[in-house]
Design a protein around this ligand. Structure first.
Ligand SMILES: NC(=O)c1ccc[n+]([C@@H]2O[C@H](COP(=O)([O-])OP(=O)(O)OC[C@H]3O[C@@H](n4cnc5c(N)ncnc54)[C@H](O)[C@@H]3O)[C@@H](O)[C@H]2O)c1
Length: 342
């Protein structure tokens, strides 16, 4: 069987590809994986190529993984892929990411996150019947975000919250794509599961994320804008746990469902940064800035539903996660200097 992973060269995408290639299916062999990514320039494409190389090393046999450089906005390309392959699942991680950048320039967020998702939903809807797996169209797993909850007062965040007050174009685009998923489920019977990630970090993390910036600064790089003096909580979730949740969603056919994938244990940003500095044995230059209007004081995942339905159990404590992130950074980023890959 074959799984399509969009955004395969990215942070979470490359870990997802790696895990799919490494695990064994019922027949004792790993599944085939097609990875799609356009190497967008939100951060260095060179970093993404390295992510892909590292993930592809986990193939169990030659040809198990195929990479296609292409864009989810290219409908003809998607049609070709769905004619050529029998996808049992689509794991759709490709996106324009970032809150601040989406306020500056919202258009690509809608083109990629909304229209791109629509294109993929259409490709699944039009999947030729000979390409159905066990009589079914591909199971659609969509990467959403905790930011769809905006400043909800329901804490921990639960999936029954209407999530209808996003604070920036990025989460609004993700919520819009979830709604399209519901429409395609309703009209065409497509299985669509949205997984809402809570502050993911770990090896291959994106250079603009706080953990990365703190280490860059600690090793001589730029000062780090430090929102609200670190007085905000984030439900940091290690990338391996997120990938477990993604694969569980891809392995279950659930109609239309939404799940929070977090750790369920928010940590104060100030504590996260302090622990990272302690592990590094160095301090970053933290530059206090007020909290932007698009930001929230709290993210806190209610994960009961994911635990019950998907068997999702996050395992990596934030101390261990920080240690692992630090080891990766020292091996892969620090030798090239703090600006590498930014
Ligand atoms: N990292 C987090 O904390 C977090 C939190 C919530 C949600 N998410 C979601 O998880 C997914 C993966 O995020 P990530 O952190 O790995 O980011 P990332 O930027 O590392 O990965 C996204 C990948 O998508 C690719 N891409 C962008 N536009 C594309 C297009 N038009 N066609 C094909 N590929 C395209 C990029 O080149 C990149 O490799 C995204 O959908 C993101 O919105 C991430």
């Amino acid at each position: 069987m074959t799984v399509l992973v969009t955004g395969a060269a990215g942070f979470i995408g490359s870990h997802t590809v790696e895990r799919l290639l490494s695990r064994r299916d019922e027949e004792g062999r790993g599944e085939d994986v097609i990875g799609l990514d356009n190497f967008d320039d939100f951060y260095a494409p060179e970093r993404k190529r390295r992510n892909l190389e590292e993930a592809a090393r986990h193939q169990q046999r030659p040809g198990q993984f195929e990479f296609v450089q292409g864009d989810v906005r290219d409908r003809a390309l998607l049609a070709r892929l769905f004619e050529q392959h029998s996808f049992r699942a689509v794991i759709h991680l490709a996106a324009r990411v970032g809150m601040g950048a989406s306020i500056e320039n919202p258009w690509p967020y809608y083109d990629v996150n909304v229209t791109g998702t629509l294109n993929l939903l259409e490709a699944v809807r039009s999947q030729p019947e000979v390409r159905h797996v066990q009589g079914k169209r591909a199971n659609f797993v969509f990467a959403s975000t905790a930011l769809v909850y905006g400043r909800t007062e329901v804490i921990p965040f639960v999936e029954t919250d209407p999530a209808d007050r996003p604070l920036a174009p990025y989460p609004a685009s993700k919520r819009a794509a979830e709604l399209l998923g519901h429409t395609y489920h309703h009209l065409h019977g497509i299985d669509f599961t949205s997984v809402r990630f809570f502050t993911v970090y770990g090896p291959r993390g994106r250079p603009e994320m706080i953990a990365y910036k703190v280490l860059n600064s600690a090793f001589g790089g730029e000062p780090v804008p430090y929102h609200n003096e670190g007085q905000m909580h984030r439900d940091w979730t290690f990338v391996d746990d997120i990938v477990s949740g993604i694969l569980a969603a891809a392995d279950h056919r659930l109609g239309y469902e939404v799940f929070n994938l977090g750790r369920g244990e928010p940590v104060l940003l100030a504590d996260f940064v302090e622990t990272l500095q302690f592990v590094a044995g160095r301090n970053a230059r933290l530059q206090p800035v007020p909290m932007p209007a698009s930001d929230v004081r709290y993210t806190y995942a209610g994960i009961d539903k994911a635990q019950r339905v998907l068997g999702y159990h996050p395992r990596i404590s934030f101390e261990e996660g920080i240690q692992r992130f630090y080891s990766w950074y020292m091996q892969h980023v620090q030798p090239a200097g703090p600006a590498a890959g930014a």
